[in-house]
Design a protein around this ligand. Structure first.
Ligand SMILES: NC(=O)C1=CN([C@@H]2O[C@H](COP(=O)(O)OP(=O)(O)OC[C@H]3O[C@@H](n4cnc5c(N)ncnc54)[C@H](O)[C@@H]3O)[C@@H](O)[C@H]2O)C=CC1
Ligand SMILES: O=C(O)[C@H]1O[C@H](OP(=O)(O)OP(=O)(O)OC[C@H]2O[C@@H](n3ccc(=O)[nH]c3=O)[C@H](O)[C@@H]2O)[C@H](O)[C@@H](O)[C@@H]1O
Length: 471
């Protein structure tokens, strides 16, 4: 089938390449000429495992092409995907200007029947708004007789495993009302729908809400665990033990209940905000979602507060001023170079504010960090994780890249001027770290200095003077 995809970001490029891989003829359109020029050269603008091969092979086979020309895109695809950004607007609601711009283009250019598939994450009612925009543009050309349909097909891929998620989706949600459109969708997605029925068909408004409900449910799980972790810190319990204890109940499950330095990325923060906005506009106060946001804001600063308390106890008023902190992990999660809403950014900015210097390393996000922050005296971007340690007063880990999971702890301890480890993703076992001679601070795991029992258990009984450091 001839397919056009508008938007070559994480969703559009991966979807376009996946559709080409199964034999469709795909043309990807983007308004960013630099992006399109790079893609035409086989250069992938984002880091996503497996995507370079998928794009390069399908482009070489002629099944995947790129263009900045929207007219060409509308002429090419019997089906047209909208996969452009929907960033938060000033009021927290999703900004639909890019989505509606594509709808406008379709209405202005189409000459034959078209099925428009909206993949961007959009508020309930957008399918109708896209439909109206296309109809208006057609009417303005006196071509109202041209047949088109608009369906909702939200995307559930995760960055870092986008190709695998797209090639083997766990479900394909479609919001569609016309039988012929459903039949076309079934034909398009047949290669992804083979081993069991994955297509969940519903009305477009419910499909649009399904996407927000999924992301908000996941964000809620994380914020819930971060809340329990904050309680565990104060009560001297270990959140990891609690996670195992509750995850064994199949009604709860082990997935997505890791406490840590908060959720980031391009989607959870904006989608929670957008659903809050939608709920309020519909006259429903979103109590849970507001709490999810509040807890996440606290989770993002929790590690900094532990650092502040530690260095305050150590150096009094000077605290973090003049300290050098080694930071492992800048991306909002492993296997991506994406730093949108990354917890590491909140931490770095707080450290700079407190007068500390950051020596940072990330396997993929160094260029992005440089792009965002430019050159500054209090940021040293290091070529290896070892180089970031050199002479630092503590190590803080903010992204759970595999390469950080089992470092040579001896070497880490020797490189640091003090063996202090702030573990923003609960990567390391506190007792083992204690054994390696570190003072270890996790999230919801208390804090331990070598040779001591948990420093914050119970909160008021510490003789070390650093009890509050764990909070
Ligand atoms: N990033 C992710 O993991 C996921 C994102 N989503 C949703 O998918 C949508 C797209 O997200 P991303 O791919 O991350 O965005 P992105 O920001 O990476 O890419 C969007 C692309 O659209 C292009 N664009 C903007 N206006 C255009 C137009 N009129 N015509 C053609 N191209 C245009 C931009 O230049 C950009 O390259 C958003 O609604 C997002 O919420 C859904 C699931 C996963
Ligand atoms: O709509 C989207 O864009 C996508 O948003 C998320 O995917 P993504 O943002 O790529 O990353 P996740 O793996 O969900 O992680 C998001 C954040 O939550 C954090 N997280 C995740 C899991 C966990 O147990 N604890 C936790 O703190 C991660 O560190 C990360 O900062 C969803 O998982 C996808 O299903 C969805 O399609």
């Amino acid at each position: 089938m001839k397919v056009t995809v508008f938007g070559t970001g994480y969703v559009g490029l991966v979807q376009g390449a996946a559709l080409a891989e199964v034999g469709h003829e795909v043309c990807c359109i983007d308004v960013d000429p630099a992006k399109v020029a790079a893609l035409e050269e086989g250069v992938i603008p984002i880091y996503e495992p497996g995507l370079d091969r998928l794009v390069q092979e399908n482009a070489a086979a002629g099944r995947l092409t790129f263009s900045t020309d929207p007219a060409h895109g509308v002429a090419h695809g019997r089906v047209i995907f909208i996969a452009v950004g929907t960033p938060p607007g000033a009021d927290g609601g999703a900004d639909l200007s890019h989505v509606l711009a594509v709808a406008q283009t379709v209405g202005e250019r189409m000459e034959a029947p078209r099925l428009v598939i909206n993949k961007s994450t959009v508020p309930v009612g957008t399918e109708a708004a896209v439909r109206a925009r296309i109809a208006e543009a057609l009417a303005a050309r006196d071509r109202a007789e041209l047949d088109f349909d608009v369906v909702s097909n939200p995307e559930f891929l995760k960055e870092g495993s986008a190709v695998a998620d797209c090639m083997r989706p766990d479900r394909i949600v479609v919001g569609v009302t016309r039988d012929d459109s459903e039949a076309l969708l079934r034909e398009l997605f047949a290669p992804f729908n083979r081993n069991r029925e994955k297509m969940i068909v519903m009305d477009p408004r419910s499909a649009e809400l399904t996407k927000y409900a999924a992301n908000c449910m996941l964000a809620t799980k994380i914020s819930f665990m971060n809340e329990i972790a904050a309680i565990a810190d104060r009560l001297g319990c270990d959140i990891e033990a609690v996670r195992q204890g509750i995850g064994s109940d199949p009604r709860i499950g082990y997935h997505f209940i890791y406490a840590g330095a908060g959720y980031g990325g391009s989607c959870f923060p904006k989608d929670v905000k957008a659903l809050i906005h939608t709920a309020r506009a519909a006259g429903c106060e979103p109590h849970v979602l507001r709490a999810v946001e509040d807890r996440n804001a606290d989770a993002k600063t929790a590690i900094f507060e532990k650092m502040q308390a530690h260095f305050g106890a150590r150096f009094g008023e000077r605290g973090l001023k003049g300290r050098t902190i080694a930071l492992w992990g800048l991306a909002f999660k492993p296997n991506t170079d994406d730093m949108r809403e990354a917890s590491a950014r909140v931490l770095m900015e707080a450290l700079w504010q407190a007068g500390a210097t950051v020596q940072a390393y990330d396997p993929q996000a160094m260029e992005e960090t440089q792009r965002i922050y430019g050159s500054r005296d209090d940021l040293r971007l290091c070529g290896t994780k070892e180089a970031a340690l050199s002479g630092a007063d503590a190590l803080v880990v903010m992204t759970e890249w595999r390469m950080f999971q089992s470092p040579d702890f001896e070497a880490v301890r020797e490189a640091l001027s003090e063996p202090v480890l702030f573990d923003g993703r609960n990567l390391y076992d506190p007792e083992r770290m204690q054994g390696h001679g570190f003072t270890h601070y996790g999230i919801g795991r208390g804090a331990r200095a070598p040779g001591e029992v948990k420093m914050d258990q119970p909160r008021t009984a510490s003789a070390t003077g650093t009890a509050s450091a764990a909070e």
